[in-house]
Design a protein around this ligand. Structure first.
Ligand code: NAP
Length: 285
């Protein structure tokens, strides 16, 4: 049976998701198609109603609809409620159920480069937007020694900490919030540093989120950005001997986890990554 999937966003023409998912359907000889739908903010409800009518099997949601889509679904998974955003919707016998696979997408890509147990790591998250909420939830849920959040607007970081602690009934006691000024003096204490801000993203490719002069040599630097594939910040870290991880792994894993939710099948991650790197015109790091 022919099944339809897709992604809702605006802008959407540069999305790599259609190529990534359509290639996976082809490899698995599944008679399915994934389409990019450009949906304006004020069209979202109407559009979701239309997707119900055509009985779409599932879809992704991207900027600017990740939060507002929650009003138009029948059910929201607990992890997505806690993150406060949706990136994947499953049509389960007519009921639209929202999930968030971004956080675990990041976590799984991080676990591929960690050599020491994450539970023993001191982790710094720079930024406190939607991606940070997903990353903090997944990383703290997995277990870390300590997770520090620093952001230009400190109140947004405090909200993430309070939200996690309220949701987990204070089980997130190992989250701390510091200011950007304070964190610069603490940089040598972190085993893993994750940039979830958009600083360094094309076209502002010379900007860096935090200086790296005093980092541990064994540090893992993660940047959620994948355009450029190696941000200036990752380049500087690599020159200092750090292990570096860009946002390709997270993007591919969030897609693979969505694919699994829709079909029950985990697609071939390497193939998906090849398609994405081909679109981005380079090699991952
Ligand atoms: P968002 O919700 O808009 O959050 C942006 C964050 O960046 C906020 O913490 C914001 O600080 C900070 N920021 C932005 N410009 C800044 C500046 N000039 N100086 C200091 N801080 C600044 O965006 P998002 O959805 O979290 O996305 C953030 C990044 O993650 C983007 O680059 C996005 O492409 C990437 N991302 C990657 C993946 C992936 O699969 N690899 C998935 C999702 C997102 P304030 O709170 O002070 O505004």
């Amino acid at each position: 049976m022919n099944k339809l999937f897709g992604v809702l966003g605006n802008p959407i023409s540069h999305s790599m998701s259609p190529d990534m998912h359509n290639d996976a359907f082809k490899q698995l000889e599944m008679n399915c198609h994934y389409h990019a739908f450009r949906v304006q903010k004020d069209e979202l409800k109407q559009f979701v109603d239309a997707l119900r009518v055509i009985n779409i099997s599932g879809f992704n949601v991207t900027i600017p609809h990740k939060v507002s889509i929650m009003d138009f679904l029948d059910e929201i998974d607990e992890e997505a409620k806690m993150i406060g955003a949706i990136n994947t919707v499953v049509n389960s016998e007519g009921r639209l159920i929202g999930y968030n696979t971004d956080g675990r997408g990041f976590l799984y890509s991080l676990l591929q480069v960690t050599t020491n147990p994450l539970v023993e790591a001191s982790v710094l998250v720079l930024g406190a937007g939607g991606a940070a909420r997903a990353v903090v939830t997944a990383v703290v849920d997995h277990g870390v020694k300590k997770l520090t959040i620093a952001n230009r607007t400190t109140e947004n970081a405090v909200k993430i900490k309070e939200n996690y602690e309220e949701y987990k009934k204070n089980a997130g006691g190992n989250i701390e919030v510091v200011t950007m000024a304070e964190v610069e003096g603490m940089i040598s204490t972190f085993d893993i540093i994750i940039n979830t801000t958009s600083i360094g993203m094309s076209p502002n490719i010379d900007a860096i989120p935090i200086p790296l002069e005093n980092i541990k040599q064994s540090v893992i630097l993660c940047d959620l950005i994948y355009n450029p594939l190696k941000t200036k910040w990752l380049q500087l870290g690599e020159e200092k001997g750090a292990t570096i991880l860009n946002g390709v792994g997270m993007f591919v894993m969030q897609g693979a986890l969505a694919f699994e939710k829709w079909t029950g099948i985990m697609p071939n991650i390497d193939n998906m990554e090849k398609v994405v790197l081909n679109k981005l015109g380079g090699k991952s790091c």
